[in-house]
Ligand binder design. Structure first.
Ligand SMILES: Nc1ncnc2c1ncn2[C@@H]1O[C@H](COP(=O)(O)OP(=O)(O)O)[C@@H](O)[C@H]1O
Ligand SMILES: [Mg+2]
Length: 223
């Protein structure tokens, strides 16, 4: 079963009198366990596509199906529920809470879903270990490098065991070597745990070993 399907999806943004066509008829199917890079220049529609994939926004026309349900047909509560149960998000600017340690940032994802503290602590520590941060559990984000922060964010996205992870330019704020190590880590998690990844980048150099690349150009899939 496909985890995600786009059928002739368009997305327009109204800005006063003008309309920006961010997506102009996108068809895309993402199978369970895939690892897909969305490659495109700034302004090509990558964030729009990922927002629709995560039911953060609805298409203007066409259909986005997430786990075989029409995302636009869900209530806000059902969307929130779907995101909280099955989708993990990773952002370009990490979005960690600065007053919390690495461990607490990852635990919080579980606690807001009702997990008991002891269980949340154990699972969060295990995920941080998996992303190579076993020695940094009690560091706050300002004591971590950019690459380490993004590893915390990856652990946080994984800790709820989502089947799909959406990452919008997760490497944009990192130097090239660190960026490559983040892509390699995501790939390893994909291969080891079968988590489906859909991530965007504008850096051609990062995708040399990615099996499936979706190129987006001015709101259209270009392949
Ligand atoms: N909220 C918005 N309101 C108006 N225009 C937007 C909005 N978000 C994105 N756009 C426009 O839609 C197009 C695609 O943007 P985006 O999806 O952010 O591309 P990318 O992530 O590839 O840089 C751009 O022209 C951008 O200016
Ligand atoms: Mg973007």
């Amino acid at each position: 079963m496909n985890i995600l399907e786009f059928h002739e999806v368009t997305k327009d943004y109204r800005l006063g009198e003008t309309t920006v066509s961010a997506l102009r008829g996108v068809d895309l199917a993402v199978g369970e366990g895939e690892f897909i890079a969305v490659l495109g220049a700034s302004g090509s529609g990558k964030s729009t596509l990922l927002n629709l994939a995560g039911a953060i926004d609805d298409p203007t026309t066409g259909e986005v199906r997430i786990r075989d349900r029409d995302a636009a047909g869900l209530t806000d509560n059902e969307k929130a529920e779907l995101r909280s149960r099955s989708i993990g998000f990773i952002f370009q600017n990490f979005n960690l809470l600065s007053v919390l340690t690495a461990l607490e940032n990852v635990m919080l994802s579980l606690q807001i879903r009702g997990s008991r503290t002891a269980i949340a602590r154990q699972e969060a520590a295990q995920r941080l270990d998996e992303v190579g941060l076993a020695d940094y559990l009690h560091h706050r984000p300002d004591k971590l490098s950019g690459g380490q922060r993004q590893r915390v964010a990856i652990a946080r996205a994984l800790v709820t065991r989502p089947s799909l992870i959406l990452a919008d330019e997760p490497t944009a704020n990192l130097d090239h070597v660190t960026a490559q190590s983040i892509i390699d880590l995501m790939k390893e998690l994909n291969e080891k745990e079968g988590v489906t990844f859909l991530f965007s980048t504008h850096d051609q150099r990062l995708i040399s070993e990615v099996k499936r690349v979706v190129r987006i150009d001015d709101g259209r899939i270009a392949q």
